[in-house]
Design a protein around this ligand. Structure first.
Ligand SMILES: Cc1cc2nc3c(=O)[nH]c(=O)nc-3n(C[C@H](O)[C@H](O)[C@H](O)COP(=O)(O)OP(=O)(O)OC[C@H]3O[C@@H](n4cnc5c(N)ncnc54)[C@H](O)[C@@H]3O)c2cc1C
Length: 323
């Protein structure tokens, strides 16, 4: 039995964990955050909650479709029967899109929690700042100076800029310089009464926004009226370093326009979040990258395709390379 280290408890790291533990190996998972899920995040404020990152997922590959039906049978995901609208300026209409969309229930983090049960150890709140292959195996160093390992293999499942910082001279990690990530400003609002929108979700094609959705229309969510408002990547990039208090106003104005109201009604809670590394700037087709000895593999959506399915597939292929 080998013991692996996995840096990053997002869906890519956790799908690598699925493969390694199914093959009978041990794995220690590290994440700088308090919990798992990465960009499949949930924000909670008092009794209100929102899917703050990924909104839904669907399958293009047979492999992920099979996985989705298993998770559905286990009761950890459910279909979100929504027909998103399209908003373009003053025009609003239901889309012709018949895509099946799924969400984890009762919130996005439920899926990562289930997958994390396969870990031998989970080191939360542990920012890994370096990794090194020694004669005994891989060692990883936390920012606070603690050294973990040695491990028989290492999976690096974090965004490229963060992976590059681990070992700048490692040729495998050099792939990180080939792409960068786009930001996404996200506004979360909750209300005491339902908003008069004819849609539960909409792709916005004009102005600062790209997506709005009524989080409580998803299965298993709290009934409180809660909306997720995401700015487009272009607008977010243009306003990446704009002070937060200057971001809120244009996003609220654009949301009011999407609701066809003069102003957004008084909210109960408001939260503004900047995802600095939201989505990869370009699609890379490697799927993963490994060293010739196959003791180090790097994975994530940015090495496959910019979504949950891409991250999951990338983590699987990376772990299979190590096996
Ligand atoms: C706003 C937004 C909306 C999105 N909408 C959708 C959608 O609707 N559908 C869809 O399919 N996809 C969507 N995505 C994309 C999807 O969320 C990602 O493709 C996927 O979750 C990426 O998974 P990952 O495991 O590759 O990376 P991540 O989820 O980013 O996981 C990386 C993990 O590594 C940890 N980490 C980073 N650096 C370190 C370090 N040095 N030490 C320790 N831990 C570290 C992080 O805390 C994080 O938990 C969206 C993303 C965002 C941000």
């Amino acid at each position: 039995m080998a013991h692996y280290a996995i840096i990053g408890a997002g869906i890519a790291g956790l799908s690598a964990l699925q493969v390694l533990s199914a093959a009978g190996h041990q794995a220690t998972v590290f994440d700088k955050s308090r919990g798992s899920g990465g960009r499949m995040a949930t924000k909670k404020l008092a009794a209100d909650s929102w899917d703050m990152g990924a909104q839904f997922f669907h399958a293009h590959s047979n492999e992920f479709a099979t996985q989705l039906s298993q998770w559905q049978q286990q009761g950890v995901i459910a279909e979100w029967p929504v027909t998103p609208w399209v908003i373009n300026g003053t025009r609003q209409h239901p889309s012709a899109d018949e895509q099946k969309r799924y969400v984890a229930i009762p919130r996005m983090t439920a899926l990562s929690r289930l997958l994390l049960q396969n870990a031998t150890h989970f080191e939360a709140n542990t920012h890994i700042s370096g990794c090194e292959e020694t004669a005994q195996g891989w060692q990883v160093t936390a920012s606070e100076g603690e050294i973990f390992g040695p491990y028989d293999g290492l999976v690096v499942a974090i965004p490229p800029a963060q992976a590059a910082a681990l070992a700048s001279n490692d040729p495998v990690l050099a792939v990180t310089s080939e792409t960068s990530m786009l930001p996404c400003w996200t506004l979360l609002l909750s209300f005491d009464t339902p908003l008069p929108a004819p849609y539960d979700a909409a792709f916005v094609k004009s102005g600062p926004l790209a997506w709005v959705s009524r989080n409580n229309s998803k299965p298993g969510r709290e009934p409180t009226e809660a909306w997720v408002i995401q700015a487009s990547h272009l607008w977010s990039l243009q306003h990446q370093d704009t002070p937060r208090h200057e971001i809120q106003k244009p996003l609220l104005a654009a949301f009011a326009e999407a609701l066809r109201l003069p102003a957004v009604p008084q909210w109960r809670h408001l939260w503004l979040h900047r995802w600095l590394y939201a989505l990869p700037e370009k699609k890379m087709n490697q799927g993963f990258q490994a060293n010739p000895q196959q003791t180090l593999a790097i994975c994530g959506d940015w090495l496959h395709s910019p979504n949950i399915e891409g991250a999951w597939l990338s983590g699987r292929t990376a772990a299979n390379a190590l096996l």
